[in-house]
Design a protein around this ligand. Sequence first.
Ligand SMILES: [Zn+2]
Length: 248
Amino acid sequence: MNCAESRLLLHAHADGELDVANSLQLERHLKTCAACAAEKKSVHSLKAALRQPSLRYDAPDSLRKEVRRIARASANDTRPGLFQSLLLWKSLAFGATAVALFAIVLRPGSSEQDQLASEAAARHVRSLMADHLTDVASSDQHTVKPWFNGKLDFAPDVKDFAAEGFPLVGGRLDYLKGRPVAALVYRRNKHFINVFVWPAGHTGSGRVAIEHRRGYSVINREINESHYCLVSDLNEKEMAELANLFER
Ligand SMILES: [Zn+2]
């Protein structure tokens, strides 16, 4: 494991979200690398600082009432148990994380989207590790597109956007939402962008959602009956530019 890979995993490690194999590799690296060990220390101090009682506060009554109202309104058509679980919060003190969680829960139907964003960000991080960014490395769309033949039950639209500043790097097979998907890899200066593509569940084209996970932006967009999920540490504006290129 090198330092770049170690830095990608430090936050997940601090949150106890890392699998055993990666944890062991990371810990081995931390023993030999003073710089990364110092970074780990600073991540842990930040976590400790955020846990301070002075940063905690109770949710105001008005917010609780609003959550109950929304939960009641959606109790008939969304996940059962949501209302009950929200009631539990009554007795909780809220930290910054809980407030972020609120923002997610308040958007009806967001749980599936939320899970997709987390999964996509994890696949993105994984692709940057262990030299597995591409199965087929080529900037030629006529090489990358046919490579997917027979590997997927659909043919992803593969285009090189070098002229627009997003050169195609290659493609690989990946797995998202319990199904194989095409992962197209693009580059913008020093940033890599994974574009996961699979057939859209419905033909309602045009839906866009932007989420953030561990410093990565995830843009989900349905274009021409395909679902495009873009993940990168690139800024949102340039990622949206790339998403727009697929719509052309
Ligand atoms: Zn290091």
